[in-house]
Design a protein around this ligand. Structure first.
Ligand SMILES: Nc1ncnc2c1ncn2[C@@H]1O[C@H](COP(=O)(O)OP(=O)(O)OP(=O)(O)O)[C@@H](O)[C@H]1O
Length: 684
């Protein structure tokens, strides 16, 4: 992840540009493995695994009672004695709690045994309790052991890294402290958290230690790089981010700790712990996600304060994570000028304990007064750019009209049959996904393989058929996107689809779901005798899902049959007016080939609830890259439009994390570059 350093540190530091000496993970070649690596993975794409019948907390409790297994109800998990360790004699209440080392996630049924590190699905647990299959232990996975190759690399890097105070040149240590904003963090803090420095990569190294602090399971490297007047941080994890489940700081937590401050960066945890003495943990992937696999480690805390950052995205993430952790025990530190992120607060000489005392409870009843909302409203007003959502890199005209992609909205997308709806929506979603928007695809019409092929071509902005030698390189990068696919094909019931989406939001922190298309949910409806009522019901279900889960849903709906030479309108969406009423945005792919010749399409924004701007802009299809992004020759036209709106003169944001360039030239140039990972966004 790249994070722009903010705060009052001297920023004019000359740092080497990344060049030839860097290997695949951004590590010096001497430390990176030799030839490009291919790993065999069973699934090339992260297809979403959902239990056939999702289990509920009530069913889990009933099952445990029926089997005579004692359990305790926790915040996000049930605790029970683990069948994977030898039973301890139960003497007293404390003894019982200690021996209850099995944590069963109340939402998914997945379990983790903290003693043996065995883990598995609810079905695995049932099979082992019932002694089915190959016996109790064979049915479950042991917590993913690092690949040999990874563990060698981890060990090699760790052994070459040294504590900052052991660097031979004091100037080098001082430069590193300045670069990482650590001038006020003491050696003692760095020692307690076991932080080292890797000289050849000019990176801090944060270890991922096994419970008990003995084994080394992985590493995170944090590099700093000069960029203009600023410094960018870049994170690299081993193993790769998807399985990097480290709660940094865990070895320092005692069993008796009942309060915790959760941060989104290791450096923030250092600052917090040093200045408040409170137990603190850092999330492995910042504000991108809170994997449920980590929840058992957080069960012991009666109170958790989330202090994730200083922007609106961190605030949104804190609210979402609090839901998973049980909002009743969570408080949130609101971003604000006097409440920056912990490391910056330390460097500015602010009192971190005082800021913690201002944390707001995450839980409130279903009725709120303006008093509770006023801070939220202020946040939106003072950060208009982030409140408008994430901007597309490839579609500046869409930014001009819709302003951005926001959580909790419903977008309805329609267009004539075969006009390129799937192709367009694939690029539109891919653009957001490359910027760290965790995306779930429900492609009911075309197979995931075909869809992924289209997306990969769009990602590489070119035909891969003719450059198969580059396939692995692109596929490796594509694989690291936070992109998931539902494995449904053909007709599905809306209930199953919503359950799957719910599961994905919980497990993968999905914030954008694409459903292509709604007609595939209508066949199984009990209301199918009345197709219009069925569609209304389904649209209502997606609307509710988007609002309840603060997740954007993009829904493709076929138009009703109209004359070929007529343009579509909002009223052309199949069914009653419900779809357009419920939608926050309505997008129509207009096919004016009869007038303008084949290949020419227009995208019309015909509803925009956020700020009302509607309009139309041309799309030109590029058959080899399957992209619709604005071709370079439209630059002048677009620039004029931007100038007319006064947007082209607008400066890019102050460099806040999450901000994207607004300058139209920048966006256009990016539109036809092969998609390089955006350095200001999580690199996964
Ligand atoms: N503007 C375009 N000009 C020419 N071909 C296009 C254009 N857009 C998409 N295509 C091609 O047309 C085919 C159909 O595209 P796509 O599946 O995206 O259409 P669709 O509108 O989703 O279809 P359906 O109505 O069946 O859902 C694909 O092979 C795609 O590459």
């Amino acid at each position: 992840m790249w994070v722009l350093l903010r705060g009052g540190y001297p920023l004019r530091i000359l740092l080497p540009l990344r060049g030839e000496w860097m290997g695949r993970r951004g590590l010096p070649r001497s430390l990176a493995p030799g030839p490009p690596r291919r790993r065999y993975r069973k699934e090339a794409l992260p297809a979403l695994e959902v239990p056939v019948l999702p289990v509920t907390a009530t069913e889990i409790r009933q099952y445990l009672r029926a089997r005579g297994i004692p359990f305790q109800d926790g915040h996000s998990c049930l605790r029970a004695p683990s069948p994977f360790v030898k039973a301890l004699p139960l003497k007293d209440q404390n003894g019982a709690t200690a021996s209850f080392s099995l944590f069963i996630d109340k939402t998914t049924g997945r379990f983790l045994c903290m003693t043996s590190l065995a883990e598995g699905s609810w079905e695995d647990f049932q099979a082992s309790v019932e002694g089915r299959g190959d016996g109790a232990r064979e049915g479950v996975l042991l917590s993913e052991a690092p690949e040999v190759e990874d563990s060698e690399e981890v060990r090699r890097i760790w052994d070459r890294a040294v504590p900052l105070w052991e660097l031979p040149e004091p100037e080098e240590a001082q430069l590193a402290r300045v670069m990482f904003g650590l001038t006020r963090v003491t050696d003692d803090t760095l020692r307690r958290f076991n932080v080292r420095y890797l000289r050849p990569a000019r990176s801090l190294v944060f270890p991922w230690l096994s419970p008990g602090g003995l084994g080394l399971r992985g590493l995170k490297l944090l590099g700093a790089e000069g960029q203009g007047d600023g410094v960018h941080y870049k994170e690299t994890t081993i193993p790769r981010p998807g399985v990097y489940h480290n709660l940094f700081g865990l070895p320092l937590i005692s069993r008796r700790d009942v309060e915790l401050v959760l941060t989104s960066r290791e450096l923030d945890s250092l600052a917090l712990n040093q200045s408040t003495g409170l137990p603190t943990l850092a999330l492995p992937r910042g504000t991108a996600c809170l994997p449920p696999a980590l929840l058992p480690y957080l069960e012991q805390f009666r109170r958790i304060v989330l202090w994730l950052g200083d922007d609106l995205r961190s605030w949104e993430a804190a609210k979402l994570f609090a839901r998973k952790l049980n909002p009743k025990r969570c408080s949130l530190v609101r971003p604000g000028d006097r409440q920056p992120r912990p490391l910056e607060a330390l460097n500015r000489g602010l009192s971190l304990s005082r800021i913690l005392r201002t944390a707001l409870p995450a839980w409130h009843k279903s009725i709120v007064s303006f008093r509770q909302l006023r801070e939220e409203v202020l946040g939106e007003l003072s950060d208009v750019e982030q409140a408008a959502g994430i901007r597309w890199n490839r579609f500046p005209d869409l930014n001009r009209l819709l302003k951005g992609h926001r959580k909790g909205e419903l977008t309805v997308f329609t267009g004539p049959t075969g006009s390129g709806k799937t192709t367009f929506i694939s690029e539109y979603a891919l653009d957001l996904c490359t910027q760290g928007v965790n995306t779930l695809w429900g492609s009911f019409e075309i197979s995931n393989v075909r869809l992924a092929r289209v997306m990969l071509t769009q990602f590489a902005v070119g035909r891969l058929e003719e450059q198969l030698d580059k396939y692995d390189e692109w596929a490796d990068r594509f694989e690291d996107l936070p992109l998931y696919f539902m494995t449904f094909h053909g007709q599905q019931s809306i209930r199953t689809v919503i359950d799957t989406m719910q599961h994905a939001v919980y497990v993968y922190d999905i914030c954008h779901v694409v459903i292509d298309n709604l007609q595939f949910m209508m066949g199984h409806e009990p209301l199918s005798t009345d197709r219009i009522a069925a569609q209304d019901y389904i649209v209502g279900a997606f609307r509710k899902f988007a609002t309840d889960n603060s997740c954007h849903v993009t829904l493709v709906i076929h138009p009703r049959k109209e004359d070929d030479d007529k343009e579509l309108q909002t009223a052309s969406i199949f069914g009653s007016a419900k779809a357009s009423q419920e939608a926050d945005n309505v997008l129509i792919l207009q096919d004016r080939k009869l007038v303008t010749g084949p290949g020419k399409r227009y995208l019309q924004v015909s509803k925009n609830r956020f700020d009302g701007d509607v309009g139309v802009f041309p799309l030109e299809f590029n058959k080899s890259s399957l992209t619709f992004s604005i071709p370079p020759k439209s630059k002048a036209r677009l620039k004029k439009v931007k100038d007319d709106n006064g947007l082209a003169t607008k400066k890019p944001s102050s460099g806040k994390k999450g901000a994207v360039p607004q300058n139209s030239e920048t966006c256009l140039d990016q539109a036809h570059q092969p998609c390089q990972p955006d350095p200001s966004k999580p690199s996964r």
